[in-house]
Design a protein around this ligand. Structure first.
Ligand SMILES: [Fe+2]
Ligand SMILES: [Fe+2]
Length: 319
């Protein structure tokens, strides 16, 4: 390839990358306020986030444009309303997917590593925790948002691999495909909630891009080689998630992190009261993480006891 063509191609690639990967258009309308790593948007004192308002505007805009889409295939956008008759504004989830979180969790629950595999899983997570802790320190929002981008991967990878296994072997999955995909979706909703509050800086987006590439492939290989190890690692990751959200709650309670109104998406997803705050949202997210912890340790235990996952009915809707 001649140098001119090579220069043109690399320029094109860079432009595409900056538009697609590091684009800030995912949560449109957000306003950068500070030069801190994570730029918070919105305000306190009862006013909803600008991001939520922006989402409303984006939804309306989308609604306008969707009217113009040809319905040759007979598919029309569904008209969904809330219980109070107002329009349902989220396309990423529907009212019947919303739920009330079971917050009666044991935050201290821990699986004691009792064999080589458990110890390997435990120390893998403890080792990964060190650079993560050094990087984020007490920047809870940034920590939570970036780690949710990782947390939403294992359920999707595990669900996809079990799906393929079910097809290959002509057999049922015991509901585990659904349970794991639900976990992935639940984690992604955690991320969508944090997106309503804050926006990552460009270099944090770059970190997510790199980490996702490495983590997806590493977890894929781990799940193919040893699903029980993969589930045990996620169990320990979720234990750490519970701990880090507990720290977040402590800082909200002692005033070192400012509490604020809950984003509208969180109120609808977890069926929270309209006057809920960020603290209420963190409480329900921590409960979800505790349930992911239990589900993944349980999945590992089933296999450690010599059974296949399909032999035990999956806890569908357990989040
Ligand atoms: Fe999460
Ligand atoms: Fe989780």
């Amino acid at each position: 390839m001649n140098p001119v063509a090579a220069t043109k191609m690399s320029g094109l690639l860079l432009r595409q990358l900056s538009q697609r990967v590091l684009s800030t258009s995912a949560c449109r309308g957000l306003v950068a306020e500070t030069s801190a790593n994570l730029r918070h948007v919105g305000s306190v004192g009862g006013v909803r986030y600008k991001s939520t308002q922006a989402t409303d505007a984006a939804q309306e805009e989308k609604g306008e444009s969707s009217k113009a889409i040809s319905s040759y295939w007979g598919i029309a956008p569904p008209k969904i309303t809330k219980e109070d008759g107002s329009a349902w504004k989220w396309n990423c989830f529907r009212p019947w997917e919303a739920y009330t979180a079971d917050v009666s969790i044991d935050v201290e629950k821990h699986h004691k590593p009792n064999n080589m595999m458990d110890k390997f899983a435990y120390w893998t997570v403890q080792t990964l925790k060190i650079p993560v802790g050094l990087f984020f320190q007490r920047r809870h929002m940034c920590h939570a948002m970036l780690l949710e981008t990782v947390a939403a991967v294992p359920g999707m990878v595990g669900g996809m691999l079990l799906h393929c296994k079910s097809l290959r072997r002509f057999e049922h999955s015991g509901g585990w495909i659904k349970a794991l995909l639900e976990e992935a979706e639940n984690e992604r909703m955690h991320l969508m909630t944090f997106c309503e509050i804050a926006q990552p800086a460009w270099y944090e987006r770059a970190i997510v891009f790199a980490v996702q590439g490495a983590f997806f492939n590493a977890y894929f290989v781990a799940y193919v080689v040893s699903p029980k190890l993969a589930h045990r690692i996620v169990g320990y990751l979720e234990e750490e998630a519970v701990i880090s959200y507990t720290e977040f709650l402590k800082d909200l309670d002692n005033g070192s992190f400012e509490n604020r109104p809950a984003p509208a998406i969180a109120i609808d997803y977890w069926r929270l009261p309209p006057d809920s705050t960020l603290r209420d949202v963190i409480v329900v997210i921590r409960a979800d993480e505790a349930h992911h912890r239990d589900l993944n340790h349980y999945a590992s235990d089933i296999q450690c006891q010599g059974h296949e996952l399909k032999e035990a009915p999956a806890p569908i809707g357990y989040h």
